[in-house]
Design a protein around this ligand. Sequence first.
Ligand code: FMN
Length: 222
Amino acid sequence: MDIQKAIEERHSVRRFLDKPIEGEALERLEAAIAEANRESGLHIQLVRDEPGAFTGLLAHYGRFRGVSNYLALVGRKSSELEETVGYYGERIVLEAQAAGLNTCWVGGTFNHRKARYQLDEGEKLVCLIAIGYGENQGKPHRSKDMAKCYELGSRQMPAWFAAGMEAAMLAPTALNQQNFVFMLQDGQMVSASSTGGPFSKVDLGIVKYHFEAASGHKVITQ
Ligand SMILES: Cc1cc2nc3c(=O)[nH]c(=O)nc-3n(C[C@H](O)[C@H](O)[C@H](O)COP(=O)(O)O)c2cc1C
């Protein structure tokens, strides 16, 4: 499965089968995590066979069922941590999708007391990603009008920019808020900014990754 297909087929899945992640899928997932950590300096951890984080009221409220594996998105505290977590976390999500797994980003609705992960000095947990084999493949989210999410100035929209925007609109965002704007600058440059809301910096990293993967153009943060 190529990355474009993974972008199209990924939807949040909150109910999982009692089936362990092993073999080739596990190898691909672990390789993607190791590569992301190496490039970014993050400390993302795969936690397996640990159902505690998705027990209790919040997880129930979030309608999660059968979650026993998750990614703990941990990194050193800094003003860039949230966006970096979004960017690299989504890169892992798409690789997981391509390996036949399902995922759901989880910022709030997990059991904070029971989640298991390692925090080194100066680090913090940003959020989790539930991962495993879904009971189903999820379904497409309702989407904002794409025209609200970009600015071209007086420029025409290049085909690569349209491809990037379409991929960004398919990205997961907290509460499906889609609070981001991509701006086409001179010289084929693209910048992106968030228009606020909970986890909006994480969301910005996620949508930037989708845009870059589909358009082949690097995005700078404004
Ligand atoms: C940063 C972030 C935090 C999220 N937190 C939660 C959460 O706490 N509980 C939950 O059920 N879904 C959570 N989600 C999943 C979103 O609700 C979901 O991505 C959005 O509705 C779009 O749907 P889709 O992922 O199927 O495209 C989160 C998503 C993101 C990106």
